[in-house]
Design a binder for this molecule. Structure first.
Ligand SMILES: NC(=O)c1ccc[n+]([C@@H]2O[C@H](COP(=O)([O-])OP(=O)(O)OC[C@H]3O[C@@H](n4cnc5c(N)ncnc54)[C@H](OP(=O)(O)O)[C@@H]3O)[C@@H](O)[C@H]2O)c1
Length: 316
């Protein structure tokens, strides 16, 4: 079969022959892949930098997707850590890690939106006891996942939602109660952010790195009530994999830091959220900007993914 194949972590995947996968376990099912999202997680899988990487090659990237098996049902699936990923004509899924979609679902929209939408949805539903009316700061709100976090927090009952990011034009398009531009000298950014986020309860952080550490200091410093719990959920790391957080930030306010992702949330907990997320996607709750690209053009898709804000979805 044809697939996107990574033969070296220094090179982009190429459209090549790859052995067709076979079902092994009793819950396995061979799936004809219809759509697979090119998420940042997939890029880090393909360049070997993701924390789950075993370093084994060759591999077919792709962690999730939409496809149809021999039973004729349309499914969204999440793959386990495997070298036979979703960016192929076929893959093998564990049916327990899939949900059956309504037959009229849009495979491109589902493949584009599930991963970014899940980041905040699962964090707020499974990692914290999120209460209606709590205020949320989305740090790094201009990417696919960040924009959706603003849309996700609303149906989950958020009070005020503050969106912070470094693109003024994309911030302007968000339906947030307040926006903070993370551009300019550090002092100005800190004071802008501290004022806007003085009363937040939960931070959904896509940045990590230096910007997150600086934001944490700013939010703690300007906090209206330092005794009020502040939960900082690390969900992404687009600005750096380590963050120099000063000890004082942890001691000066009632701050707790946790993460949400593969490992800190179990597969069972993630799967429990998928049916309702699929319904929200079908209902048009999220603004999905997907660009379908044929799998034959995978090399160009990889180059484009580094610069486009649209979520590329490969279609075998
Ligand atoms: N834990 C989970 O469950 C989960 C699930 C999905 C995604 N994630 C993670 O969430 C992160 C975002 O994913 P995504 O799908 O939204 O990616 P994306 O669509 O590529 O968006 C990334 C955004 O980050 C912005 N950015 C990069 N560096 C920045 C900085 N220093 N300051 C402010 N903004 C910065 C970019 O803005 P510019 O356009 O200004 O460059 C871009 O809009 C990734 O780390 C991903 O792995 C986690």
């Amino acid at each position: 079969m044809k697939a996107a194949v990574v033969s070296s972590f220094g090179a982009v995947p190429r459209y090549e022959e790859f052995p067709a996968p076979a079902a092994a376990g009793e819950n396995d099912m061979v799936i004809d892949v219809i759509a697979a999202g090119l998420h940042p997680r997939v890029r880090s899988q393909a360049d070997g930098s993701h924390y789950t990487s075993t370093g084994e090659l060759p591999l077919v990237p792709g962690i999730d997707g939409v496809g149809r098996g021999a039973d004729g049902l349309l499914r969204y699936f999440i793959l386990p850590d495997t070298r036979a990923g979703a960016m192929a004509e076929q893959t093998v899924i564990d049916t327990r890690r899939s949900i059956v979609l309504p037959a009229d679902s849009d495979p491109i929209a589902v493949a584009a939106a599930m991963n970014p939408a899940m980041s905040s949805w699962v964090a707020l539903r499974q990692r914290v006891q999120f209460q209606a009316g709590q205020n949320v700061l989305v740090l790094g709100a201009t990417g696919n996942a960040g924009q959706m976090a603003v849309e996700v927090a609303k149906p989950l009952g958020a009070g005020q939602i503050i969106a912070a990011g470094r693109s003024a034009s994309r911030l302007a398009g968000l339906a947030a109660a307040g926006t903070v531009l993370l551009e300019g000298d550090a002092e100005t950014v800190a004071s802008r952010l501290g004022r806007a986020a003085a009363d937040v309860d939960v931070v959904i952080d896509y940045l990590w790195g230096e910007p997150a550490a600086a934001a944490m200091v700013a939010v703690v410093t300007d906090r209206a009530d330092r005794g009020k719990p502040l939960t900082w959920i690390g969900v992404g790391s687009v600005a750096g994999s380590t963050a120099p957080i000063p000890s004082a930030a942890l001691r000066a306010a009632r701050l707790q830091i946790l993460g949400s992702g593969q490992g800190s949330v179990s597969t069972r907990e993630i799967l429990a959220e998928l049916p309702v997320l699929a319904r929200e996607i079908a209902a048009g709750t999220f603004d999905i900007d997907a660009r379908p690209v044929p799998l034959t053009d995978v090399e160009q898709a990889w180059a484009d993914a580094a610069t486009t804000t649209r979520r590329i979805v490969l279609t075998p």
